[in-house]
Design a protein around this ligand. Structure first.
Ligand SMILES: [Zn+2]
Length: 307
């Protein structure tokens, strides 16, 4: 009896220790979702609206107060029913921002003017869905802010003059890389392949969280508030419940983009402002060596699966 009591006391103590370790590890995260209303191929048995609804249900279950959705309005012309995903998003009270009409990368664009036109072409749709609200937030397609130089500086000056601010990214799990394979595997009914992909993906989520924490400590001396990037696709919808469970266990606490961007880390000047992921960019700018951080295993050869 006494042994049982002692061991249950020990279990309580361990549980409490676990809780306080979690509190110490707590960090703020703003959630952002790219490629609304339609990221990549999707399985036939789910609609774009259902994919959006699934995201919202998961975010709500984890106390996400706001999630910016960044749109490529070209999808509305290509997929007749995809606009319903934007309705679903706005009905949930989540805001929409600009991700370029066709998802044009700034470095690859034929000219700066062509790229600006791609950003502008999205605006009537934002005006419509965000009526009366401020939608002037830009997520660079491919996180391509033009590198270093005139095109970068001119684009940023143009965006700023137009009233935009840039939504930087610090955290992501390469969910986009799984999208096409997942749609193929669902069509084939290859459950084993999907389970294998999920197991590897969730392992990589944990590894990425560990790496990001260590990297933030090295670059800033603290865990800065994070901006998560995920994509409006079927793979992401299917895996987000488990991903967010793992984020919660790692200490994630969800806040708005404004709250995160109020942190000094988001106002540090950079000649490549907006380019790539922010913590890695800051490390490069400041000449901080990222060697020896916890590694993330590669995505693997998804292209060969479910052919
Ligand atoms: Zn995108």
């Amino acid at each position: 009896m006494e042994t049982v009591l002692k061991s249950s006391l020990l279990l309580c103590a361990l549980a409490l220790a676990g809780t306080s370790a979690l509190a110490a590890d707590r960090f703020d995260v703003a959630v952002t979702v790219d490629d609304l209303p339609s990221h990549g191929s999707k399985p036939a048995d789910i609609t774009r609206a259902e994919i959006a609804r699934s995201h919202i249900a998961t975010f709500r279950a984890h106390g996400v107060p706001e999630a910016w959705g960044f749109i490529n309005a070209v999808a509305l012309d290509k997929e007749a029913d995809s606009g319903s995903a934007l309705d679903v998003w706005r009905k949930a009270g989540y805001p929409l921002g600009n991700h370029g009409y066709t998802h044009m990368g700034l470095s690859q664009a034929a000219s700066l003017e062509a790229w600006e036109e791609d950003v502008r072409k999205n605006e009537p749709v934002l005006e419509k869905y965000m009526a009366g609200k401020d939608w002037h937030v830009l997520r660079y397609p491919f996180l391509d802010a033009g590198g270093k130089g005139a095109r970068h500086d001119d684009a940023l000056a143009w965006l700023t003059a137009r009233g935009y601010r840039v939504a930087d990214v610090t955290l992501g799990f390469d969910d986009w890389a799984y999208t096409e394979t997942y749609a193929r595997c669902v069509a084939k009914g290859d459950k084993a392949a999907i389970e294998g992909m999920k197991a590897s993906y969730y392992r990589r989520v944990d590894q990425q969280l560990a790496r990001t924490k260590a990297m933030s400590q090295r670059v800033y001396g603290r865990m800065i508030p994070q901006v998560l990037l995920t994509h409006m696709g079927a793979w992401s919808a299917a895996t987000l419940p488990e991903v967010m469970k793992r984020m919660d266990a790692a200490g994630a606490h969800y806040v708005t983009l404004d709250q995160v961007q109020a942190d000094a880390a988001y106002r540090m000047p950079s000649p490549r402002a907006g380019d790539g992921a922010m913590i890695e960019r800051r490390a490069q700018d400041a000449g901080i060596d990222l060697a020896g951080l916890p590694a993330v295993e590669p995505v693997g050869n998804l292209d060969a699966l479910c052919r």
